[in-house]
Design a protein around this ligand. Structure first.
Ligand SMILES: NC(=O)c1ccc[n+]([C@@H]2O[C@H](COP(=O)([O-])OP(=O)(O)OC[C@H]3O[C@@H](n4cnc5c(N)ncnc54)[C@H](OP(=O)(O)O)[C@@H]3O)[C@@H](O)[C@H]2O)c1
Length: 318
């Protein structure tokens, strides 16, 4: 197979041995692999893959067709269109994955788009619905709304019937965010004058969170998922937290035990694949690049101003 390989901060596309499916596993011929901020960190040596995953091949999400399965996995899976998450190794023409971490891609959904679906939507669903308990009628504040996870969160907020407030630093993204389901689109400065919110999804970090903490409704929940450049340290007014009887929590997906991921994938498949099939959930793609152009793809991803996800595509793989 061909794989993106990190070597001392450089990216190379190299030949690697094809993976073989062991018990409970599947090998997928990759069609597309979404990029994530974690890939850029890993490239710089800051975010190693968790134990058991390829140490030098990045990529945490993919789509493709199942090529082979190991013992204990139904042969009927072979040839089907799937997408999924892995701890690493997705930016390659083949990826090895626990079969229980795969989701079926609905017929109506383009396989390239599906390659950029899982990481953002599973992360957002877990944070909003399973951790914060977001329900219809609540006010949801999403920072970094123009990015992949932000786009997913806005749509999941709409799906559950929440009032969605999307924060972006790009006014030209307003119409696109409204189209995804944002009831209000604001910039960072406007956060400090918002009516109280019930749930905050924090994707930016201190630059936004320091403002959002002053806008919490009683029993609000703040879920910190990322610090996209907004700083990882924030001053918290504990009296404000107490007065709101608020919950401040955080989460990561990549390093979770396999059994937890299995459970989460099953819940997400139940909740999200129907809406995805019917177009109620979409994966806006800011851009797509051929696997061999991985350098350009990482460069593009790291630049501000994009709307949605970035996908690496394996030419000829459908
Ligand atoms: N915990 C987990 O398991 C998990 C899973 C997936 C992602 N994440 C994290 O979640 C975050 C979002 O991921 P993503 O895939 O959506 O990334 P993304 O597509 O790059 O989006 C990040 C968004 O944040 C905005 N932003 C960055 N710095 C900002 C600042 N200082 N002030 C205001 N806005 C700022 C960006 O705007 P510009 O375009 O203007 O820069 C962009 O719209 C990342 O930190 C990522 O590492 C965590």
């Amino acid at each position: 197979m061909r794989a993106v390989v990190i070597d001392q901060g450089e990216l190379h596309v190299l030949e690697r041995p094809d993976p073989e499916a062991g018990p409970g596993e599947a090998v997928v011929a990759v069609c597309a692999a979404g990029l994530n901020a974690a890939d850029l960190l890993q490239r710089r040596g800051h975010y190693p893959a968790p134990p058991g995953w390829p140490v030098d091949v990045p990529g945490m999400e993919f789509s493709g067709r199942v090529l082979s399965v190991g013992e204990g996995v139904d042969d009927a899976l072979i040839g089907t269109r799937v997408c999924g998450i892995v701890g690493g190794g997705a930016q390659a023409t083949r990826v090895l994955v626990p079969a229980a971490h795969l989701m079926a891609v609905p017929d109506s959904v383009d396989l390239t788009v599906a390659g950029a679906f899982c990481e953002a939507f599973v992360t957002a669903y877990d944070a909003l619905v399973l951790r914060a308990g977001l329900v219809g009628g609540q006010r949801l504040l999403v920072s970094g709304a123009s990015g992949g996870v932000g786009n997913a969160a806005v749509q999941i907020g709409r799906l559950v019937g929440a009032h969605v407030i999307a924060v972006t630093r790009h006014v030209d993204h307003r119409a696109a965010l409204e189209d995804l389901g944002a009831d209000e689109v604001i910039d960072l400065a406007e956060v400090s004058t918002l009516d109280p919110v019930d749930v905050v999804l924090e994707l930016v970090g201190a630059a936004h969170l320091s403002l959002a903490l002053g806008r919490l409704a009683p029993f609000a929940t703040v879920v910190v998922i990322g610090v996209s450049g907004g700083g990882a340290k924030v001053e918290v007014n504990l009296l404000g937290l107490m007065a709101a009887r608020a919950t401040l929590t955080g989460s990561t997906l990549r390093s979770r035990p396999a059994a937890e991921k299995t459970d989460l994938i099953a819940r997400c498949a139940d909740a999200l694949l129907g809406p995805l099939a019917h177009g109620q959930l979409r994966v806006p793609l800011a851009s797509r690049f051929a696997l061999e152009d991985v350098d350009e793809a990482y460069e593009y991803f790291s630049r501000p101003g994009k709307f949605g996800k970035v996908a690496l595509v394996v030419p000829g793989q459908r």
